[in-house]
Write a protein that binds this ligand. Sequence first.
Ligand code: NAP
Ligand code: MG
Length: 488
Amino acid sequence: MNAATEIQTYLNFINGRWIGSATGEVEASRNPANTRDIIGYVQKSSLQDVNDAVASAKQAQKAWRNLAGNVRGDYLRRAADLLEKRLDEVAETMTREMGKTLPEAKGETARGVAILRYYAGEGLRSIGDVIPSTDSEALMFTTRVPLGVVGVITPWNFPVAIPLWKIAPALIYGNTVVIKPALETAVTCAKVIECFAEAGLPAGVLNMVTGSGSVVGQGLTDHPDVNAITFTGSNGVGKQIGRAALERGAKYQLEMGGKNPVIVTKDADLDLAVEATISGGLRSTGQKCTATSRVIIEREVYDAFKEKLLQTVKQITVGDGLKPGVWMGPCASENQLNTVLSYIEKGIAEGATLLCGGKRLTGPEYENGYFVEPTVFEDVSADMTIAREEIFGPVLALMKVDDLQQALDLANDAEFGLSASIFTTNIAHMLSFIHEMDAGLVRINAESAGVELQAPFGGMKQSSSHSREQGRAAIEFFTAVKTVFVKA
Ligand code: NAP
Ligand code: MG
């Protein structure tokens, strides 16, 4: 970055205005591929800012909910058009801010545009049922009403898509929003919010306050005028938010971690299985909640699969995600890098065999970034830490099994249940997997990390609060059902 280039300061967005935090403090958002590159300064906000944002959201809510759904939809459509126009710029900011490669960042931004357009259409779809009453002269029906003010707390790994798959349904169903994005990707989020601002959204309908989770996130969670909290992030933080929301009677939704398995049976197309394991496990440097982490392979094809996998993994180019030809970027932060390296050490200490990778990358191209080698372990047993805890990095654990039943038992031997894949050409195996796999997303002959915006998304077991996001499912969280009985 040229020293002469002025680095922009990004403000909070409260009541339709861009405004500095009451604290007057800012924090630099840095590029994990080159920490000397500062993307911008963002506000380190205080409880005062949270209170101001919640007050403006509360104030704006009545007029917003009273608009016709199609009018609310028009705002989303305009925001979609503006985001589409700025796609290259937003994607480049995302790559600089959290490290995923530019093609992935462009794909995610395009998904954000599609999410906005999908929910814009929701403004005209059915929101209730007519139910026959036992009184033949009465009309009984359900309708759906907004919750009020929704607090949105998001992680850094999908800095455009996750905020949008929460904001868009919240708004279309008549809620107003205060979002606290992850500090690591607050500039990218600010650019998304700019699109809503330019779309002319009424003041107070959407507010953004940046800052730390412990101050701004906690402040939103505890605020008596925040009627619902939707959170995506780690299990520790999610459970804390759930407890606090429950305590004061707020609605909450938590989407958390995964330990996603892929099963490869002896009849699988091995080339396809290898390609999907690498894509699902190592794209975005393994930092997806749906990333493949455990690879469970039938004995008969274990060696062949392993050879093909290692051959391809060794060819992966790691580097700055803005550079053409780079397939895998850095870890998103120093914290994340250290976590990944400590899991690798634990894997070795607990007796797993390191087949490739395992080290931080060094040398001129890497010295100012958080780069780690794509890493593959074998001889991983079910009780090892690397088989149990979410790593959130480019680390695959290979496990050998005798048959499908053993594979399914091992796949289900996890606290998490977000997504799972199987590679097989045997239809009976496919059906067993569909029936027995405890995961919210089960995929056959496709990687674990594929999510479509029009379908429900969420996990079982410890991966979620058992709610679903995206598609039509979002209406369940972002509205309340009202049962109406009318007699003239
Ligand atoms: P995180 O540390 O839990 O943070 C998530 C958000 O919560 C951030 O905005 C964070 O703020 C905020 N936060 C932290 N402490 C808080 C508190 N006490 N009260 C309220 N908010 C608080 O998670 P992350 O490291 O950003 O993201 C990685 C995790 O997200 C992984 O576990 C991954 O599996 C999960 N994830 C799940 C899904 C899914 O849909 N299931 C999707 C993507 C990611 P700051 O960090 O800015 O301080
Ligand atoms: Mg964090």
